[in-house]
Design a protein around this ligand. Structure first.
Ligand SMILES: Nc1ncnc2[nH]cnc12
Ligand SMILES: [Zn+2]
Length: 347
């Protein structure tokens, strides 16, 4: 490991855009399938990992929803969440905000109680054992109907105090934010913070709808906003965070190479850009690999990497007290590694 790799891995980071059901490492997927008496199309972790070649978002979602079938019991939800949090902790993540999309599981008969207990129990363990700051977000599927999304909102209300936000993912093109205007209004009326996937494969107009119609607090991805200068100006002026996922964009062919990734262009426009993992095993990288891939392809400086990480802390759905505590951890690390940021200070 080079000095900069070790520095980025140790840097206290956030992961504000990741999906629990997209975090199942191949071996765990096989183990969970065996535990539940399910037969997968792959016999080995290598074979499964070899299937992670995608043409677009839909080809990924097909595999992602197939993978969801191995999560059945409370223990399954616990184990997958715990495994992600262990990896994220080793990756230097101090604040993670986790999406789970209940519809994939409740439609197959898993009770919402099993899902919530498993996930929340694992989060509590990771808070205790790793000192992580954690929040859970409920995500609905945009390819389903708005009444379906409303039903999810009703289902999770008993856990309202354990949920920091409501989001939406799934097949973007043809399912614009406007389809869910009443759902997001309802989520806001019930006191939730909101975020939505927009401008990943969809156009800038979808990001505009997310901002104006859904009035979300953050935008997941948001890359396509660059096509609309007025929109970029508004997003920058309002400091709306974008949870960008560079390796996801590469693997889903949203960009044809990392060198063409818009991360630096988004930063140059003064946007509140954060870097996140999305679905780490599927896209072959946790937050550190995402930052290093951007550094290698786009020539990010160490200061720019630190700026992106600081943006993550500023965009987190936390109380101001918690934000200050996270910033203190970041600043303590930077003070202890002043030689990396300013090599002239090393003597
Ligand atoms: N990148 C992505 N886009 C839309 N929905 C998703 N669900 C999990 N990952 C996603
Ligand atoms: Zn996502």
């Amino acid at each position: 490991m080079t000095g900069i790799e070790a520095f980025v891995r140790g840097l206290p980071k956030t992961d504000l855009h990741m999906h629990i059901e997209g975090s199942i490492e191949p071996q765990l997927m096989l183990d969970l399938a065996a535990r539940n008496g399910l037969k997968l199309r792959w016999d080995t972790a290598e074979a499964l990992r070899g299937a992670y070649r995608f043409q677009n978002l839909q080809s990924f979602l097909d595999l992602y929803f197939e993978g969801c079938k191995v999560l059945v019991t409370e223990r399954d939800f616990h184990d997958v969440t715990r495994a992600y949090l262990r990896r994220a902790h080793e990756d230097g993540v101090i604040r993670a905000e986790l999406f789970i999309g209940p519809q994939s599981f409740t439609e197959r008969g898993t009770p919402i109680e099993a899902l919530m207990s498993g996930v929340l129990g694992a989060m509590e363990e990771a808070r205790r054992e790793h000192g992580m700051s954690l929040g859970l977000m409920i995500s609905v599927h945009r390819h389903r109907t708005e009444p379906d999304a409303m039903a999810v909102l009703d289902q999770v209300m008993p856990w309202k105090d354990h949920i920091i936000g409501i989001g939406m993912g799934g097949a973007e093109v043809g399912n614009p934010p406007s389809k869910f205007a009443r759902f997001f209004q309802a989520a806001r009326d019930r006191g939730f913070r909101t975020t939505v996937h927009a401008g990943e494969e969809g156009p800038a107009a979808y990001v505009r709808e997310a901002l104006d119609l859904l009035q979300v607090d953050r935008i997941d991805h948001g890359n396509a906003c660059l096509a609309d200068h007025d929109l970029v100006r508004e997003l920058a002026a309002q400091r709306v965070p974008l949870t960008v996922c560079p390796l996801s964009n590469l693997r889903l062919k949203v960009v044809s190479s990392m060198r063409e990734h818009p991360l630096k262009a988004l930063m140059a426009h003064g946007l509140h850009v954060t870097v996140n993992s999305d679905d780490p095993p599927y896209f072959d990288g946790y937050v550190t690999e995402n930052l290093l891939a951007c550094r290698d392809a786009l020539g990010l400086s160490t200061e720019e990497i630190v700026g992106l990480v600081r943006n993550g802390v500023e965009a987190a759905f936390v109380t101001e007290e918690e934000r200050q505590a996270l910033l203190l951890r970041l600043d303590a690390y930077l003070a202890a590694h002043a030689d990396v940021l300013d090599p002239a200070s090393a003597s």
